[in-house]
Design a protein around this ligand. Sequence first.
Ligand code: CA
Length: 228
Amino acid sequence: MADAAAERTVVVIEDDAHIADLVDLYLREAGFRVLLAADGGRGLELIAQHRPALAVLDVGLPDIDGFEVCRRIRATSALPVMFLTARDGEIDRVLGLELGADDYVVKPFSPREVVARVKAILRRGQPATSADPSVLRIGDDFDVDTVRREVRRRNEPVALATREFDLLAHLARNQGVALSRLQLIDAVWGADFSGDDRTVDVHVRQLRKKLGDDIPLATVWGIGYRLG
Ligand code: CA
């Protein structure tokens, strides 16, 4: 699905300008399009907007740390992630937290090594038969693009509020599974939740209204909701 340019885009999230410039220079020399972010929030925005082929991720960032950035990436996509780690303790965490990082290099590193590893990760690539793993299909009509955060009904975009999107995406990832209201609250609202479990019902009702009756969204009596 991804176009040729997007396949060669790398988002580099690194707050040390000197390191960022070096990685940028070498990756561009190797033919990549590089987008730089100096903090985690900006990095996540760039990833959502540009659908890169890979993210290079520093651990120590000024806002949210690289581990949390990786977790948030992993919540919605299988984008390859390579960590830049500074200390031994960080390496232990990269390896120990099961964040799904694809590789890591330890600072100080040679920029050539970074380029070589980026190329190696991209060569491993996706299985030839798999569709874009960030796009979840529901029934015949709906596509949920978890990177662009777009829902399309027969290719026509449907505008959803943030929580409605998160709720639909979570249901789409768990198609055929009945999820209780409590499970949905936990997955979609987390610690931000302040309401009662009817809040879930209100959002589901909104979703149904916006998506139409052909969304295979079912209430499971006494339990919660499921898709498919
Ligand atoms: Ca740093």
